[in-house]
Design a protein around this ligand. Sequence first.
Ligand code: GTB
Length: 213
Amino acid sequence: MIPTITAFERSPDGGMGLARDMRVRWALEETGQPYDVRLVSFTQMKEPEHLALHPFGQIPTYEEGDLVLFESGAIILHIAQHHAGLLPEEPNARARAIAWMFAALNTIEPPIVEREQVSYAERDKPWHAQRLPLMDERIRQRLGELSDRLGDAGWLDGSFSAGDLLMVLVLRRLEGSNLLEEYPNLAAYVARAEARPAYQRAYEAQRAVATDR
Ligand code: GTB
């Protein structure tokens, strides 16, 4: 059964691969799974048909037969558990790879997303000038710890895994902030992941949506 995912009809990033459908596309490419894409507008995302798939009216969603999933992390875990290529077979290594998935979403992503909010939504607030450097320091703390753990390894724990996939796309959200560049091994880690053929295919597929319009 070929799954159908949803993505922005018009992504605010103009095809930079920063929206979360990129995670799902990349996971499907890494595992060699064909997929269909249904594009949704911001209006459609809040209508009953889409809300039946996603309680918060967002993308991405994942439909496969009777199964409907939302939350990119849950979707990646589902794909990784059902197809080879994103989680090790050995049980302890598999558990550690899943821990890195949670680390990406629960430990690294929150301050990065909060910084985005401060940068855009709070730009004209009186506290903006003080808050942004505080957010940068919180992010540097986590990036420093992640950089120390990665060291000169290629991936976070042995072979490339779903943990790396999520971590790399979370780190990509720092583009334009110059923060990632302070940690050369993390910048190289992201570049290494971006060079993977599956990443390239996913990136081009989501970019085609923006350029076809
Ligand atoms: N926790 C959920 C998950 O991981 O799936 C979060 C899903 C989510 O935030 N979806 C966003 C969405 O649908 C798109 S990805 N937003 C519409 C809405 O909430 O009404 C977030 C995103 C959007 C745009 C950019 N960008 O332009 O750079 C980057 C990331």
